[in-house]
Ligand binder design. Structure first.
Ligand code: C2E
Ligand code: CA
Ligand code: CA
Length: 731
């Protein structure tokens, strides 16, 4: 996340820096150009001066020849090297010289001087000059000015050895550019100097200085103008880039509410903007996928955990109870049957419809998510007295998630089991909350499915026991430590007509474990096939044993879980049993639970039931009246028997309407040609009632509890005293 002020560039820094770099480069270029230009000007200037002074030297030598007879010695270029004078004695102050010098100065536009060499002092004395005093008088006044060029003068060494000197000479504290030609006698001794100049050196260089100043001023103004233009252009060019940079940074930190803009530009900026839009869209899609269920489009488990964490963060305040809420985990019952019976497409349709129904019923502040498979979660709105609303909320969720949903493959029926954790009471982290709601759900699944339960600390113990039982059950199944007991089923005359085989497990550490506890566990952890096969085999072996002793045997009824029936190998395994235990043929009855009949789950069971009937197996519908069963379905099923659940006889004793209902069910069963069994006969009163109803068979603790095979066998052929003595109503 972006911490405030963290390296966040302001809009001007980048263009300003770039401008500065540009200006430095521009200044360097301009400087170099100016320098080169100035050097050129300088050298041209120097060349001009050299040409001028050379011409001045030549002109002076030529003019001298018009006054006195001289010979000029020149070099290869024609520049004078020395003037040979026939008569050096003429080098005396004279007006002639003054006039001559004025002429020379007029031609050269500079000054002119004539010197005579004084052998005694070894220096040059001036005879005449064109320099004037401020009042216009000739300097020196045509008098000899001794020793003006002597040792130490820059031209002295050259001239005293008879060589020309061209260069700067000091005059009155300044420098003049001069051409000094030695005057020699015919025998080559130094006699004097003809000196001309073209003016002050600083005057000659003034143009260079002025040009330099102008170049600097022009460069500076050019740089200033460039800077201004540059700043304007940079700001114009970089403003959209700055906007895009900010947008990119925002996208990178997960802010999706960015409007990027600039996408309709046809340049690189537009291209970049369109790229950013794509990145943003992609990121949004990825985030949506990460936090939403692809099938139902509702939030997924990750999103729920995020929401839980958000709510827990709110709870950290001073008054956590004001932010209390409930977490409901909703698990569908019968969803597997929908998938198996109507196909996965139908299952998906059901989930989508159910998620929509639950979403539509959400109230403000509530949150709904799919955890996966047929499991959903609902968070209530926060409320200080959440406990008062939990039951109502669970009821509403249960109504939304239960019932018949129509799919393209037919109607599908599911119900919802709900586990509830109340936060913060039942958890202060999302992990803890989910675990405890799960434990509550687990408790519902163990007990009465299709209901809801709020978490209690004892559930954790129950869960631990469950884990223990699962591990133990695997072991006892491998070691064959289970037993089968048999409960007699009597006809109205008191004869044992059947025995229901019931599995028994005596845990070495904890005593007997009820089948009501371990059968659902075996179903949940996939051990039911192994357990069911073992019981069936045991029963067949028992029948074979008894058949050796008794001529006429009661049938043996074995409970078969719907999961067993769904195993594609079930019919084959029964056929195999019948081959191995021929004595069991015609003696075996299978008790199937009503869930087989659940409407909307297809007719998958019909061929299985038909195949079993063909093998001479008697089929019985167990616990009739407790599930979804409808009398409509009864006639479609190829079954032989119906066992009416024991809750009916209990209720019929209490209530006359229930009595009528039971009588009706018995009558319809008989009408359909089924053998009607009434189970759960515990009292004489119930027995008498059962006798008046005209059912075929009776089972219950009053007549006989589940017992060992030996005790069961002891009852064969012995009429039951309750029935034998009671006045029989059977026809
Ligand atoms: P169920 O099929 O309804 O079996 C009858 C249960 O009712 C037995 O309980 C039996 O002991 C009990 N019972 C019989 N008469 C009375 C009575 O008069 N009053 C009362 N209150 N109860 C009576 P049990 O043996 O605990 O079995 C419970 C359930 O476990 C069975 O219900 C059956 O669904 C299942 N079960 C038991 N053994 C097996 C088995 O080997 N395979 C499968 N798949 N399920 C089994
Ligand atoms: Ca049964
Ligand atoms: Ca039963």
């Amino acid at each position: 996340m972006d911490t405030p002020g963290e390296n966040r560039p302001s809009g001007w820094w980048f263009p300003a820096r770039t401008t500065a770099y540009f200006l430095v480069v521009a200044a360097l270029c301009l400087g170099t150009l100016s320098l080169l230009g100035l050097r050129q000007i300088n050298s041209t200037n120097e060349m001009n001066s050299a040409v001028r002074i050379d011409r001045a030297g030549r002109a002076a030598a030529a003019l001298l020849d018009t006054t006195v007879e001289t010979t000029v010695r020149i070099d290869s270029q024609g520049s004078p090297q020395a003037i040979i004078m026939q008569d050096p004695a003429l080098l005396e102050p004279d007006d002639v010289w003054d006039e001559l010098l004025d002429d020379i100065a007029g031609v050269n536009q500079g000054a002119a001087n004539l010197f005579r060499y004084d052998e005694d002092s070894g220096s040059f004395d001036r005879l005449s000059t064109t320099f004037r005093t401020p009042d216009g008088a000739r300097v020196g006044g045509s008098q000899v000015e001794p020793g003006l060029i002597s040792v130490g003068h820059p031209a002295y060494a050259a001239l005293s050895s008879g060589t020309t000197y061209v260069g700067q000479v000091p005059v009155a504290g300044r420098l003049r550019l001069a051409y000094l030609t030695p005057i020699l006698t015919t025998d080559g001794t130094t006699a004097g100097i003809l000196a001309v100049d073209v003016g002050w050196v600083d005057d000659l260089n003034r143009i260079t200085e002025e040009t330099t100043d102008r170049a600097i001023a022009t460069s500076l103004s050019l740089l200033a103008a460039l800077a201004l233009i540059c700043v304007l252009v940079m700001f114009r060019s970089f403003r959209p880039l700055h906007r895009l940079t900010e947008a990119a940074h925002a996208i990178g930190t997960g802010d999706h509410d960015q409007t990027i803009g600039l996408t309709d530009r046809r340049d690189e900026i537009g291209y970049l903007a369109r790229g950013l839009v794509k990145v943003s869209d992609l990121q949004r899609t990825l985030e949506h996928r990460a936090y939403n269920d692809s099938l139902t489009a509702v939030p997924n488990r990750a999103a729920l955990v995020q929401e839980l964490d958000r709510r827990f963060a709110q709870l950290d305040g001073n008054n956590p109870d004001s932010h209390a809420f409930a977490l409901l985990i909703i698990d569908l019952d019968g969803f597997k049957e929908v998938n198996d019976g109507l196909g996965h497409q139908a299952g998906d349709e059901l989930l989508v419809a159910l998620a929509r129904s639950l979403c539509d019923s959400l109230e403000p502040g509530e949150y709904f998510a799919r955890l996966g498979g047929d499991e959903f979660a609902l968070l209530s709105a926060t409320s200080p007295n959440i406990d008062d609303h939990v039951a109502e909320l669970a009821e509403r969720a249960s109504i939304q998630a239960s019932g018949v949903f129509s799919t393209s493959a037919g109607d599908a029926c599911v119900s919802a089991s709900i586990g509830v954790a109340v936060i913060p009471e039942h958890g202060t982290t999302s992990t803890e909350a989910m675990r405890n709601a799960d434990l509550a759900l687990y408790e519902v699944k163990r007990g009465e499915r299709g209901t809801s339960k709020v978490y209690e600390p004892a559930f954790a113990d129950a869960f631990d026991r469950q884990l223990y039982l699962v591990a133990e059950l695997r072991r006892v199944l491998d070691d064959e430590e289970l037993t089968v007991v048999y409960q007699p089923i009597y006809d109205m005359d008191g004869n044992v007509r059947a025995l229901e085989g019931l599995a028994r497990w005596h845990d070495a550490n904890g005593g007997p474990v009820s089948p009501a506890e371990f059968i659902p566990i075996a179903e949940n952890v996939g051990l039911i096939d192994q357990l069911g096969s073992w019981v069936l085999e045991r029963a067949c072996r028992q029948i074979t044993e008894w058949s050796a002793t008794y001529d006429e045997l009661p049938r043996v009824s074995i409970n078969v879980s719907t999961l067993q029936l769904r195993n594609p190998d079930f019919v084959r395994s029964i056929a195999h049993l019948m081959e191995r235990y021929p004595a069991a043929q015609g003696q075996l009855c299978l008790e199937l639970t009503e869930s087989v009949l659940v409407p909307g789950h297809g007719d998958w069971h019909q061929p299985i039931l038909a195949a079993l009937t063909d093998m001479g197996i008697c089929l019985s519908i167990d616990d009739f009246g407790t599930g979804y069963s409808s009398l409509n379905y009864l006639h479609k099923l190829v079954v032989d028997q119906v066992k009416i659940d024991r809750t009916f006889i209990d209720a019929a004793i209490e209530d006359n309407n229930q009595h009528q209902l039971l009588a009706g069910i018995v009558a319809i069963g008989k009408e359909l040609g089924l053998s009607v069994v009434l189970e759960g006969i515990e009292t004489v009163e119930e027995l008498e009632l059962a006798q008046t109803l005209g059912c075929d068979l009776l089972q219950g603790y009053l007549l006989g509890k589940p017992m060992s095979p030996a005790m069961a066998a002891a009852r064969f052929g012995v009429p039951h005293h309750h029935l034998a003595t009671a006045p029989s109503t059977a026809a």
